[in-house]
Design a protein around this ligand. Structure first.
Ligand SMILES: Nc1ncnc2c1ncn2[C@@H]1O[C@H](COP(=O)(O)OP(=O)(O)OP(=O)(O)O)[C@@H](O)[C@H]1O
Length: 259
């Protein structure tokens, strides 16, 4: 594990009206780590993703990516700096093709200028071709290249989830946030997806923060697990440590997981 964390949250809290959705969150994610974020419904997991991606600013505390504060940055800047995500409820461009969904991620980061696109300069076309090739290469990883010309809305559910991850990955993140990526998938699809997540983590040297309710699955693939309850971090450690933590068992896991 590297000495300096890729991501740091220090005493972060956010309040909506009278409700403290999360409070006093301290967490660190290091390079190349696959970390699980678990907890009961309403514990604050998605709120942490929304704080990390600039959907709303924290009411207190600090968030740093590679030592640099990101709390005042708009979401697109945070994506450019290296945090991208998927959503609990899939958010694809449903009326666009599978390929265009992935290309959209590249366009937000592409080096060629708007002027070259408007005037259709040669640099625009080489940029466009490069983007298309890269997008197809991502679709191949997710076994979606044969579907590239289909509209996103026509893909089966499991494939839409994979496409969303492909799009997030195309933004070239250092940290990828996955919000229940296996929700709605059958056990076989879930298993395949988890192998894919591990593969992309190694292949792209990514850090991944994963929200997932399927405990055997989280315990099986994550190096470290952070547990939330009522907006607070109640435990953190290896799957083994978390599985045997009394507070975690009481708040979330129940006796059957331990036995
Ligand atoms: N924008 C918002 N405005 C008001 N309350 C919010 C907002 N976002 C989240 N909350 C509240 O904050 C708390 C934490 O919600 P959050 O969605 O982060 O939980 P979660 O752990 O992701 O739950 P789940 O597993 O059900 O997705 C809940 O009480 C929720 O109602």
């Amino acid at each position: 594990m590297a000495n300096k964390p890729l991501l740091e949250m220090k005493q972060v809290g956010v309040q909506f009206g009278g409700l403290k959705a999360v409070s006093n969150i301290n967490l660190e994610i290091y390079e190349n780590e696959l970390v699980g974020l678990i907890g009961p419904n309403g514990a604050g997991k998605t709120t942490i993703f929304n704080l990390l991606t600039g959907v709303y600013p924290p009411t207190e505390g600090e968030i740093r990516l590679q030592g640099e504060s990101i709390v005042k940055l708009p979401p697109y800047k945070i994506t450019q700096k290296g945090i991208s995500r998927t959503f609990q409820n899939i958010r694809l461009f449903k009326e666009l093709t599978v390929l265009d969904n992935v290309k959209a991620a590249y366009h937000s980061l592409a080096k060629h200028s708007i002027l070259s696109s408007v005037f259709r300069l040669p640099s625009h076309f080489s940029g466009e071709k490069e983007i298309e090739e890269k997008a197809v290469s991502f679709l191949k990883i997710f076994n979606l290249d044969s579907k590239k010309d289909e509209l996103a809305k026509n893909l089966p559910y499991g494939q839409q989830r994979r496409l969303e991850i492909a799009r997030a990955l195309a933004a070239n993140p250092k940290l990828l946030l996955l919000d229940e990526p296996a929700a709605g998938m059958n056990p076989k699809e879930t298993q395949e997806l988890m192998e894919l997540i591990r593969f992309i983590q190694r292949e792209f040297h990514l850090s991944i923060l994963l929200i997932e309710h399927d405990m055997p699955l989280v315990m099986g693939i994550c190096q470290r697990i952070i547990v939330l309850d009522h907006g607070q971090k109640i435990a953190e450690g290896s799957p083994e440590e978390v599985r045997n933590d009394k507070r975690v068992i009481e708040a979330y896991l129940g006796e059957e997981v331990v036995s």
